[in-house]
Ligand binder design. Structure first.
Ligand code: AMP
Length: 283
């Protein structure tokens, strides 16, 4: 695996590979890689000749400085697993390389309500930083295919919109969420959970499964009803602090209102043991 830290170098390398007719798949990450990330690498390997992974902990998408400070860094281990999975190129820039003028968000998009609700409401500015860096990375890598996780469903929906707004031809693949045996969605932040927290955290997915079952039975007809039932279910865990439970249409993330003809998803964000966790489930 080639490890490249400079923008100019990776651009030159990729121009060469594209001239030779190789399709390029791209998996942007913030490192501390787990099987969720590796499933994206595997998808890219299946569909593309060359797979590029980036590891960059993007400072501008952290609305909470202590979350940024505590974000796990396991770079040697990451390089090891990427090599094992036959990733072709790792792009590993320093902050200075991606933000030569300080942490300035120079690329702003208008995502409207999509970016103001859910994560946008609880993490102000998060999507501005995320969209800026993904757009910058796409300009550098110019992939044919982009692989992102359904785990961050709102992020994937916003990136899809960004691709449309920029008239880009990259194909976004939203890949299934990888889970622990307990059902807990894999996340780099899970490494900060202790044994008791892990026991509690698995109830987030259990809650989503329970709500889906009720919806399929016709017992819940709109977001309001789903939120009430979800909160009741999680109430027994006094150590879970729910930020939101939502049932949204996936096209515009507006609340489901007694109409299940459109595609929808349940989404949840909650704090467990000082760690903020998110998850979702398609209906
Ligand atoms: P992150 O390193 O958290 O920024 O995530 C990098 C990419 O991996 C994003 O597209 C995430 O949605 C995706 N991802 C994170 N966790 C999972 C998971 N459990 N299953 C599948 N993809 C995931």
């Amino acid at each position: 695996m080639l490890i490249i830290k400079e923008i100019k170098k990776i651009e030159n390398q990729l121009v060469k590979l594209k001239k030779e007719g190789n399709s390029i798949g791209f998996v942007p990450t913030m490192g501390a890689l787990h099987d969720g990330h590796l499933s994206l690498i595997n998808q890219s390997k299946k569909q593309c000749k060359i797979t590029v992974c980036s590891i960059f902990i993007n400072p501008t998408q952290f609305n909470d400085p202590s979350d940024f400070q505590k974000y796990p860094v396991t770079i040697d281990q990451d390089i090891h697993v990427l090599t094992q999975h036959k990733c072709d190129i790792l792009f590993l820039p320093e902050v200075q390389e991606m933000y030569p003028n300080g942490n300035v968000i120079s690329k702003k998009f208008d995502f409207g309500a999509l970016a103001q609700t859910l994560e946008g409401e609880f993490r102000p500015g998060h999507f501005d930083g995320m969209a800026h860096i993904v757009s910058h990375l796409l300009d550098i890598v110019k992939p044919d295919h982009l692989f992102m996780g359904q785990k961050d469903l709102q992020q994937a929906i916003i990136v899809q919109k960004m691709i449309a707004l920029s008239n880009s031809k990259v194909l976004l693949h939203i890949c299934a969420t990888e889970r622990e045996e307990s059902g807990l969605a894999m996340s780099s932040r899970n490494s900060r959970l202790n044994k008791e927290d892990l026991e509690v955290a698995k109830d987030l997915y259990a809650c989503l499964l329970m709500l889906k079952k009720q919806i399929k039975k016709g017992a819940l007809k709109n977001e309001e009803e789903a939120v009430l039932t979800g909160k009741n279910f999680l109430e027994k865990n006094t150590s879970v602090k729910i930020e939101y439970i939502a049932w949204r249409y996936t096209n515009d993330l507006s609340p489901v209102r007694n109409d299940m003809h459109e595609k929808s998803a349940l989404l949840i964000a909650a704090w467990v043991g000082g760690v903020r966790l998110i998850d979702n489930l398609m209906i």
